[in-house]
Structure formats: C-alpha cells, structure tokens
Write a protein that binds this ligand. Sequence first.
Ligand code: NAD
Ligand code: UFG
Length: 364
Amino acid sequence: MHVLVTGGAGFIGAHACVALAARGHRVSIVDNFANSCRGVLPRLALLTGSAVDCRCLDIRDRAALAELFASTRFDAVIHFAALKAVGESCERPLEYFDNNICGTVSLLQAMSAAGVRRLVFSSSATVYGTPEAVPVREDARLDVTNPYGRTKLVNEQLVDDLCRFDPAFAVANLRYFNPVGAHPSGLIGEDPGGIPNNLMPYVCQVAAGRRACLRVFGGDYPTIDGTGVRDYIHVVDLARAHVDALEYLMDTGRPLTVNLGTGRGISVLELLRAFEYASGRQIPHEIVHRRPGDVAEVYADPSLAARVLGWKAELGLDAMCRDAWHWQSLNPDGYLSRTRPGQRVAASARPPVTAGADAVLRGG
Ligand code: NAD
Ligand code: UFG
C-alpha cells in the first residue's frame, strides 16, 4: 500500500512510518512542523532504507491537499496531525478546534474527492474523561474535560457518522493510553519543545541533568502508593498497531474503535524506580500538590484489540524506560534543526540513504 501519514514527522507518526516500511508499505508524510523538525527525516531514511517523501503542508490548506491527492494515488491515510497539549488547549481552545477538527474535515474532503476511503485516526484515552471503572472498555461512558479531549471526541463522532452515511468509508479510531519510549536504535524518539508536560520526557531530562527535580503531582490519590496510575505503552508497540489496523480496514472494510494500552496500571513512583534502574541514575523528585484535571487511575482493557486485530503490547516498562533513556542520552538536544512554518522540505534536504547511524546522530 501507499500510505499518506499526516503528522508523520512527530513522535508517534515517525515510529509508524518505520513500522509501515518494515511491513513493505510505501510512505508519504505531510507535516507543517508545528511540533516537529526536519531532523527526523534523515533518521527515518536510515531506518526505512530509503529517502522519505515528505511535504511541509498544513492539512487545513485544502488547495495543497487537493493537489497532493490529485498527483499521487494513496491507498489509505493515517492521521496523526494534531495539536496535543491539554493545558494549551484550555488557553487557546479555538486554535485547537481549528487545527484538530477543521484539519480533519479538510483531510476527509480531500480523501473523499480522490476516492481514498480508508483512514486510521489517532484518538486518545482522554475521551473517557474520568472513568467510572478501570480497566476501561471501549463501551465506557465518554466524557471529555478539556478542549483537546473535545477535539478527539468530535473527530471520532465525525468519522463514525461518515462511515454510517457513506459506507464506502472505513475508519479505525485508535484510543491510545500513554505512549512512551523510543525506537531501540536511538535514532527517533520524543522531542518536546520547551518544558515537557508529560511524565516520561520530564524524567528523561531530569536524568540527563537538564532539569533539577521531578515534581510528582499528588501523593494522596487512592492508588497503590498515592501517586497517579496510568497505562504506559511503548511507542513501537503502538506503531505496530497502526499497521495492523490499516490492514484490517483493507481486508474487512469495517469501521473499528479500539483501546491501545497494555492493560497494566503503573504509578508515577513505579515508573521512577524502573527508570532509575534502566538508566543507572537517581531521579531527584518531590511530591507536590495534584495537577488540576488529573485523574487518579486510568488503564485500558485492551482485549478488543487482541480479539479483532490480533494485537497485543509486547514491550514492558523496563523496555520503555531503557529505550526512552537511550534516545535521551544519544540526543540530548533532540533533533536539533527545526523548520519554520511554511518552509518546504527541499529534495536536497533529504538524507543520503547510505549514511551510517553515527553520521546521522552527529547531525549529518
Ligand atoms: P506530535 O506533536 O509529536 O506529532 C503531531 C505532528 O502533527 C507534529 O509533527 C506536528 O507538526 C503535526 N501537525 C500538527 N498540526 C498539523 C497541521 N495542521 N498540518 C500538518 N501537520 C500538523 O504528537 P504525537 O505524540 O506524535 O501524537 C500524534 C497523535 O496522537 C496526535 O493526534 C495526538 O493527539 C495523538 N495522541 C497522542 C498521545 C501522546 O501522549 N503522545 C496520546 C493520545 C493521542
Ligand atoms: N506527572 C507528574 N509529574 C510530571 C508530569 C506528570 O507527576 O511532571 C504525573 C501525572 O500527574 C500523571 C502521570 O504522571 O499521574 C502521567 O502524566 P502525563 O502528563 O504523562 O500523562 P496524562 O495521563 O496526564 O495525559 C496523557 C496525554 C494526554 C492524553 C492522555 C491519555 O498528555 O494528551 O495521556 O492518552 F489524553
């Protein structure tokens, strides 16, 4: 298949490109580099074995998307492109509605016009809000608590309606729990700009000495040790699920909504201990007040994905911490080179496919 990956330069998208290539699929990326950088491309070339076709394009640019779909025949789309910071979404809800909802509508219009009707959509466990019970099943009550979550829920509802009223469409909504880790090569990983919002990248930066101390948000939750419990999933496992979902859509033409998690809840302190073991470093931390909006405990019932897709998470917490730390220690400043919005990815910027990993990691 030739698969268009929106947001393919981002954390999860880049890993999905590698997983797609490993299963023999051809990949094209569109990304506006709002939260990623061009430095990922040479690394992707190295991991996939060929230069990556990437266009710097905002998915809300209908004309540019139409031109792309007219010039290239895609079999399917995986749609990662979105803004994803919960706190920022509370400060700038309209920006999130525009980017994440209007962006999806624009993409669906381009797909429909071109007759491309298979889509895998990045949804999130955030659609469950504060779950009534754990583990969370897909038929749990949906209840969002912030504008980012709203965009995920609205997108799910839009694509569900589209599949219902135009049965030629088939969409898989994949509800991720907490993606962490990195590719074991250390070539690609999470590269947050500024102060990380999420636990694992923050822990990595404390271990690397870039930040002094982790603040553990809340030590008085009704959980195993008082700290928040989440279902961390290795990004490599998550990436593989996208290929499974895509192949399922192509085989069956049936829409699908599934949780992607391990089914195991891990507390903040458990993650810290596993990270200290994997990195051999102490993580200074202090327990502070709860973070507004956080819930005590969320983890998935992943059995539907196992039944329908034959997918199961294989990598545990140790591998998540080991690979996150490997990425962090090899790339203390992430991918380094960042593009400006609107800048095109020139063919000359594409990577030499013969470059060795060492050269690429040195910035070659
Ligand atoms: P990311 O920010 O690393 O990747 C998203 C990519 O989309 C970035 O490269 C960004 O530049 C691009 N993008 C954003 N808006 C765009 C637009 N209008 N046009 C073109 N490109 C655009 O995020 P990620 O962690 O890789 O997340 C990927 C998807 O998974 C997102 O939809 C996110 O909401 C969802 N998700 C992420 C998590 C998580 O914890 N990382 C959890 C659940 C769901
Ligand atoms: N935490 C800390 N200190 C930090 C950061 C986080 O103690 O500096 C704690 C949180 O309180 C929580 C746990 O670590 O208990 C995980 O927090 P994250 O911010 O890493 O992840 P969340 O579960 O809050 O949210 C993430 C994404 C959301 C997504 C959700 C479900 O950020 O976008 O997972 O997929 F919706």
